[in-house]
Design a protein around this ligand. Sequence first.
Ligand SMILES: *Cc1c(COP(=O)(O)O)cnc(C)c1O
Length: 793
Amino acid sequence: MFYSKEEFKENFVKLLEQQEQPASPKTAYSILAGMVREFVQRDWDETTYLYQEEQRKQLYYFSIEFLIGRMLGQNLVNLSLYEMVSEGLDELGYSLAELEEQEPEPGLGNGGLGRLAACFMDSIASLQMPGHGCGIRYKGGLFSQGLSDGFQTEQPTDWINDSVGWDTRREDLALYIPFFGKLQVSEEGPFKPEHKDAKWVKAVPYDMPIVGAYGNTVNTLRLWQAELPEQQLLPDGDIDAYQQQVETISDRLYPDDSTDEGKLLRLKQQYFLCSASLQTIVKNRDFPITVLAKHVAIQINDTHPALAIPELMRILLDEEGMPWEEAWGITTHTISYTNHTILEEAMEKWSSRMLEQLLPRVYMIIQEIDRRFKEKCHQENLEPEALKKLAIIDDGMVKMATLAVVGSYKVNGVAKLHTDILKMREMKELNEHFPHKFHNKTNGITHRRWLMKANPELSDLISSAIGDEWKQDTMKLHKLNEFTQDSVFLGDFKAVKQQKKNQLADYLLDQQTVTIDPESIYDMHIKRFHGYKRQLMNILHIQMLYNRIKEDASYRPHPRTFFFAGKAAKSYQFAKQVIKLINTIAEQINTDPVARHHLHVVFVEDYSVSRAEKMFPAADISEQISTASKEASGTGNMKFMMNGAITLGTFDGATVEIIEQTGEDNAFIFGLSAQQVMQFEKEKTYHAREFIEKDHEISRMVSELLSGSLSKGPENIDFIRRQLIDENDPFFVLKDIQHYARTHNRALAEYEDNLAWQEMSVVNIAQSGIFSSDRTIRQYSDEVWGLEKVHSK
Ligand SMILES: *Cc1c(COP(=O)(O)O)cnc(C)c1O
């Protein structure tokens, strides 16, 4: 333990001296991480003890992804030790920032959904609430991304192999999960199916401490690893092959599901997570199972953990011997569900056959849930169409979202607009059947990582103006509204922004040998690559700007750097072609003797939490340009806002609520509304061809695109061509692009008026408090989970 800088230095040096000299940054990192890990242990033990002693209700957040990012720096911030340790290290000739860079980043998630789970963990612990994460300890996280000739390359990552290990193996809590086999039901006596010839997998938990702000509360993120079980549970035959099969379950984050094999593996992962997490909750409880719902709340993050519903039923029925009605009552008072998407292709469905083969008893229970629910619905005189929508099993497929709604006591969307669309369209029938189940919980982000940790300069500036109460209650950021006319404060803000822009330029020079003009406007589009997120519209607009510069000698706009960052799913060909297109257009513009003084396109490779932390604080413009109605919430939009970037975007997801906070004057909004998009989709009255034929600028740009000259070969754009032309531009890129262009011009003009821009930024920060995930978690706790604050010492 260390409570002062001197004490810290002394301990650090002592440990350092036991190592080879001179110690590498990696070694120094390990020592420091070990010290912090030890520092946390006492509070962790104490929190665990308190939970047992006081029998407080516990929340378990089930999620297939936890995109937690690096831990060292964040833990130091939450322990209020960051500055002390940083100074101490400086005096010893080390840089904390450099040591932080040594930490391998656990990429246990794809994007927003996994990052949300991580922000929630931070907020729950910081609000001193009893809540824990349950996930999978993938050996390899998401691939790391490179570029080769402008194409995305994918390299496997193994964060565990060279990791210092924030987590602890808990062999004593290992469990066993059965797959395959068949059910045997004896003719006599009560119905009691037996699972025969199952293939067993051992689940070993690794516990990671989640350190709340100001220490004290340390919750647990429990990640399960799949291993070979002991002798007596092994099948006959080739043990090595079996071991390999078993270990695949926690080998990679969400494998490619374009094959049946990949699908089966995902299903195994889902059941593995649900069964292990539920078994551990039930086995280690110290209350009667009949009152489970009073002691435990389970939140399932999207439908990936929806098998928790039939699995909890299985435990209650088969292991606890409960009658169906009682088991169903407990299950539907314990589990609640968060929906994350309305994109049809992202709604999970599993083939009944596959489920029945892999999980015979669980499938039998799903059938019974479905049968009983259908029976109820049939009593309501509904149209056949509505009945079909309400079916859990339909057409040989199990609809996981329907199962999740039927089996949980609360269902939420992640932004007002998204929840409304769910209630009125996607889940209309379910909402009518369960009118009190649906509610909204607009997502949030932890300001401790995305402002305090990522942008200490801005944090200090804010505190110098309004004190530091905002760190505990972000609504206090409202006080910054008093500074929007304060030219000294605005100037200071501008200086901080410039500092962050310089830092990012330095970092990218070092990492990618790209030279960025720190005086240029930093315009950022950073998120996963997807059709609906419309990176295509952004790059096509940039091509239009380039054409204008070439054509019109009087058009010489303020220099802008357009940043792109994000990964495309391995098998998502369209998205990968957009990445290639961006890089080809980038090369053309960045080497053009005239255009390069006005436009610069930079693709930041291997987008990750740590890269994100460096980018958000440096942004001037936040691109949130999804096709309205398609982005459930977005959380990147909130990180930008909190760091004073101005949103340029559509009325979609939580951006609607961001604009509600800032007013339309402090953002740049354009494009079709969700209503309009849905209308076009319904009436099929949009014809992309008309824009190509009638608009000169679009016409020119599209023919350049289709000729293949922008992408170095027509084969590199065939998926883009198919979407824009053959599929009639389903994301309304060509419909919205001119309005988008005009909106960029408005933003550019506004940027020229320095003070006005600074003022908009400060309004954004002042109004961003509501998007702290602390607010989201308080709402979940009050309205869904019913948690109480842990005693603080
Ligand atoms: C916040 C975040 C996301 C989500 O970004 P959206 O713009 O909401 O899609 C994805 N990846 C990382 C690394 C993030 O930090």
